[in-house]
Design a protein around this ligand. Sequence first.
Ligand SMILES: Nc1ncnc2c1ncn2[C@@H]1O[C@H](COP(=O)(O)OP(=O)(O)OP(=O)(O)O)[C@@H](O)[C@H]1O
Length: 218
Amino acid sequence: MLTAKNIYKSYDDLQVLSGVDFSVNAAKLSAIVGPSGAGKSTLLHILGTLDQSDSGTLIINNKNIGDFRGDELANFRNNTIGFIFQFHNLLPEFTAEENICIPAYIAKKNKREIGKRVEELLKVLGLSNRASHKPAQLSGGEQQRVAVARALMNDPAIVFADEPSGNLDSKNADELHHLFLNLRDELGQAFVIVTHNQELSAMADERHEMKDGKLIKL
Ligand SMILES: Nc1ncnc2c1ncn2[C@@H]1O[C@H](COP(=O)(O)OP(=O)(O)OP(=O)(O)O)[C@@H](O)[C@H]1O
């Protein structure tokens, strides 16, 4: 589903990634751990096509990301990849339901399709009775579940998450982790998750550590 080979990235004279190899398949949850500043977020942004490597190849769903031109990459990203961040990045003026629908609006999906999908996601994520609340009216756990639903809206091949439970208390974090496992098992969703949370990394199918610019399988 995703294969990255020999990824290099530096910022000025700081070499952050020095030949990273990584792959993930459907229905797998892969955790990336490592000390602060090791380059985990940098790698996640490159794998998620939000940032470009200096060299190396990235293939997602049999497409070589380096071949995309112009708007092709943004369209591919919106249709194929979901993102969840530590701070949910929900739009404060929009309701939970509207926030979840944003990737589908961008993809210009039809109204009926959007309505059906959002209803399904609200149900799966236990948010049906929170659909018309704005982010400020939701608990931290609910806000993060809205962010998960938004990431899943376009039925992505892969969901990338950067410290998704970093801002949650242990009960909400635990619920979120089990939600990831359910989505993996029920939808065959692939996840690549950067985390300092030991429980989450212990639950992962594969664990990798970022060290000295390389990714080591644990
Ligand atoms: N846009 C940038 N410009 C310059 N340096 C950067 C940039 N982004 C990241 N860095 C540097 O690259 C290194 C790796 O950063 P990165 O955020 O990937 O680490 P991390 O492993 O995710 O850390 P943390 O666990 O603290 O989030 C750090 O030294 C950081 O300062």
